[in-house]
Design a protein around this ligand. Sequence first.
Ligand code: C2E
Ligand code: MG
Ligand code: MG
Length: 613
Amino acid sequence: MAGEAKLHKTAEADMDALVLFCMEILESVPDIVSALKLISERTSDFFELDDFVYVEHDGDKIDILYQWSAVDKHDFAEKMCESGVYDWKRLMHLARPDGSIACTKNDYEKAQMGDSRAALVVLSSSVRDFTGSIVFTDRKISRDWDSIRSTLVRIANQIFYKLRMLKKEEEIQKAWDRKLNYDSLTELAVYNKLIMEVSEYIERSGVGKLACIYADFSGFQYYNEVYGYEMGDNILKRFAKTLKERYGMDSLFSRLSSDNFAGFVRGWEFEELVSDYKQLATSFTEECNKEYPLTNLVLATGIYEVCEQDSSVAAMIDNANEARKKCKEQTAETMVRIYTEDLRQELENVRMINSNILKGLKNKEFHAYLQPKVSLKSGKIEGAEALVRWIRQDGTRVMPDQFINIAEQNGYITKIDFAVLEQVLEYLEAAADDGEEVVPVSVNFSRRNNEFEDFVPHVLERLDAHNVSHELIEAEVTESMYMADLSKVDNNMRKLREQGVEVSVDDFGSGYSSLNILAKVSADTVKLDRMFLNNANKDERGLTVIQYLTKMLKRLGFTVIAEGVETEEQLKWMRMADCDLVQGYYYAKPMSIPEFRVFLKDFNATARSMDSE
Ligand code: C2E
Ligand code: MG
Ligand code: MG
């Protein structure tokens, strides 16, 4: 008989063994779900129970309660309400996941339900935000739980203890997780977390409608200085909150560094998102500037529409950031730029150049071309400018305006400049050996050369290595370069001049404060920017400017060269202005060194013969 068997099994020693077994399982099985399954099987078997369930729920704090439910649950519930023990709301609250309704033994008796056909005992525990129940069920008979209750309580307590420990570990883990993965100021994800989450999202759900936003406050340092760092922090927190509130669950944002934010928004039509974000950014900065009128807070943002082909989440953020960098060209208070196909091509070009410059240098792909400078007095070529041409191995030509800026940024420009100088020196050495006529050649030196202590000695060392007289080399430095670091550049140019190397100020007039600098710079020659000729083309006043400027420069002791002379008429103006030399397509475009050797010989021979006529 089942009753006898139960009696037999409930011997105390057996029950102790069962509790011990449960403890061992909880200790040795790392996965709690598997551990509970084993305990459940063994306990249910031992007590011939129908169910052993652990449920986590938001129930009340109940220590131990007995629970009865009638077979007909509806009837049971109605009786409970009719008897006034519970109202419906309370009943619903007490409903358990298995559909039964929990109540105390006392309440059950109050409802005068008589003998029930199903019975359970429920043990509950509450640890801070965690509440759970362990439900032991016997549906077949109404049994006397009291005799086995203490064993069930012991087992349940062991389980609750284990669960409590796990919960604690989980909480510690979560706290660590927050510390590691979230920015303490804005509570936004950190960069790595953003990358990980978005990568996982894309892997799970595909790209779909996904856009990346990169925002940067410009002038934030100034804001901090004026209003203090605490206020600065408040603005950053406020911006993070604004983003979270606006894009909520469909977004994940991160603060990458002090005032730089990046994030992803999903599910929006791209154009709608852009216009929505523009509004958000405008009203945000407007509000801030109204509240803090001493500064003008500007938010520069780039937005990138993610596509299937994108290689990585980091690359998507880079794209949005590249678009953001383009904001600098605008002046509006809120600046939002989109990553476009044009920008993609531009960056592709930059990448191509960056990754090929060094190889190009090794393969000697950078060639010095020479453009003659013609004296207006003698009509002869009296100088030349070396201009670099990048001729790649497949024959494609890359012009300086496509790579000089990039080379200045990555620093390879100094190697390019010296590669050009070397070719010029080789030419001058060879021409002298052959007894050919030579003219001084100017070489363009980037401002970056001035970062090296040995720049000047290095130039002189190369000249001497080729036995080239110092007077045959001229250094061209741009006016803007002088402006950027006057004392350092001027110091170097002075040293070069002391050694007989001439110095010319290139692109004069293209920058600002030009006239001011003339009183200070150490130079022999000033090259008038092509802009002057363009203006002279337009009206009389432009011409007057060139004439008086040339006069002034000559009074200051400079030789004056006009750059970019293309037409007979322009040549005439420069003559009228009493300019010393002209350089431009009118005479010749920059040409390879072998071409120049021939050109120089022929041109000057013709000039001489005309002179003697
Ligand atoms: P730059 O030093 O002012 O050189 C003059 C530029 O004007 C050259 O352009 C030349 O080809 C061009 N040019 C000469 N005559 C005319 C003309 O009649 N009409 C027009 N429209 N243009 C004319 P390029 O060779 O493209 O060089 C552009 C700039 O790149 C140079 O301006 C210089 O700043 C830089 N650059 C060129 N080679 C080197 C180099 O070896 N090192 C460094 N650091 N910069 C270089
Ligand atoms: Mg130049
Ligand atoms: Mg120039």
